[in-house]
Design a protein around this ligand. Sequence first.
Ligand code: ADP
Ligand code: MG
Length: 582
Amino acid sequence: MDIIKILPKHVSNQIAAGEVIQRPASAVKEMLENSLDAGCTEIKLLIKNAGKKLIQVVDNGCGMSKSDARKCFIRHATSKIENAEDLFNITSMGFRGEAMSSIAAISQVEINTKLTDQQTGTYLRIEGGKIEEVKESSTTDGTSIKVKNIFYNVPARRNFLKSDNVEMRHITEEFTRIALANPNIKMQLVNDNKELYHLPISNFKKRIINLFGNKKNESLVPISEKTSIIELNGFIGKPETAKKTRGEQYFFVNGRFIKNHYLQHAVFKAFEDLIPTKYFPSQFINLKIDPKLIDINIHPTKHEIKFEDEKAIYSIIKSSIKRSLGMYNIVPSLDFSQENAFELDFKNIENTNFKQPTIKIDKNYNPFNHKKIDSDSSTKNNLDLKDNTLFDSDILDNNISIPFQISNQFIAISYKNGIKIIHQRRAHKRILFEYYTNSLKKGNGKSQHLLFPKSIELSLKEINLIENLKKDLNSLGFIFKLKNQNMEIYAVPTECREENIKEIIEDILNQAQSNLEIEVNQTKKIAKSLAKSLAISNSKMLKTEEMSSLYNELLKCKVSNLCPNGKSIIKNFKIDDLKKYF
Ligand code: ADP
Ligand code: MG
């Protein structure tokens, strides 16, 4: 007996629809993309009940003829490609011809569309994929599509939908991605008759601010890079604005939002040591690349794409972010939105009678490029840093007050235009972190011998780890032997106190074992953990010389305003700020 049946068309369409349309937000994405492909300059998205009741997209694009309006609901009906070859040169958002047929299969659709050069347009009503009504209509140029009662005929899917809040968040996210990728299109989002977004035509930065609020204005740092394979531009958020939740990681390739774990890693890597672990930096990055060098076709929702030269793109992204971060970090509060916006106010310094030092900002300077930088050799890059140091110590001689301590926690220094408050423990952490990173690189950490060797008992796993870290630990100044399951320590870095040794080793082991999502290189982890163990506490009384020296050492650091896990070290309160309190 034969058992194979050919599924009826409406069933196979419903199955196909399941892949393309998972929730109201998927229909939103497909329809917004179609409007973009239709060359519109304005899109309005109207939502009711988080899209469960209504999703309507109104555009002023090219519109469709009567027969195209019928055809667009047939599976694999597309105006965007003609043959498989075209797949390698896609510049439109769509190409599979699956979205409209899928949407129509699982909802009640009404469409009103008019070609620009026609007097009248077409109205079409479809239910569950079947055309119920077609008539001439008087409508404006472009297309308006209403999708009602999504999944009305697929109860399993409908029941699977989440709460209105969750579904609306998905819709807003799709809208945001498309709005970010197309600042040259006016876009509106209205939910249950309330306008959520009204985005005028603007540039990329303005679009980000219109979507995410005015406070973004100060935190965006521009990035840009042009190479033979790729053009990159956009913005990253300053490290201190990193968030505990993911969400503002946006990559666009040729105007299309994409997800790519490998390239995302390049961004996280560039922010390494500047933000706390498990925090996520904001990023709004546009990549322009020859469509022949990418393959968009690998995922039905087209979020994932494959690049031919992923490794090169990875390093371009990483280095260009690092460079921008470097430029921003050279001087603690260089604000990119204004020129000359150093916190130590230049104008007032100019009026005093000492020479104004010049601060050179080398655009190619990369403070993270360890090969080039070396804190006690005088490479070109270092001269820039020295200028920075000189700059502040000039003021120290002439204009800065003697430092004093607040509550054994903070160091306060008043200068001509205000007061700086320095977090003493974080400052010390940063200094030690850079010192140990350097020792690790050069293998020249200073040791002090212990009067009696100290023995620490370790597990087999820990012994293995220590064996792997041996070279690094030696570089820092630890001298030890591993015997059975014991670590016999003969010498330790000079800063270590004997009573802390066990704790320090345990901390290094913990750090080394920590299973971080973002892989941090091992030496950095060690340097970080030593800095953490050895930095002065938040309640240590300091002598004036100690405070001055801490401040001066801090200014010599490559990054002087953030501690290794990304928290602020210095806060400036300007006179004008202080006046506001009175
Ligand atoms: P694709 O976008 O992959 O071509 P779709 O199923 O999304 O497939 O759309 C099918 C066709 O319907 C498109 O190729 C296009 O010609 C037409 N179409 C859909 N939406 C619009 C619109 N808003 N304006 C003009 N034409 C549209
Ligand atoms: Mg489409």
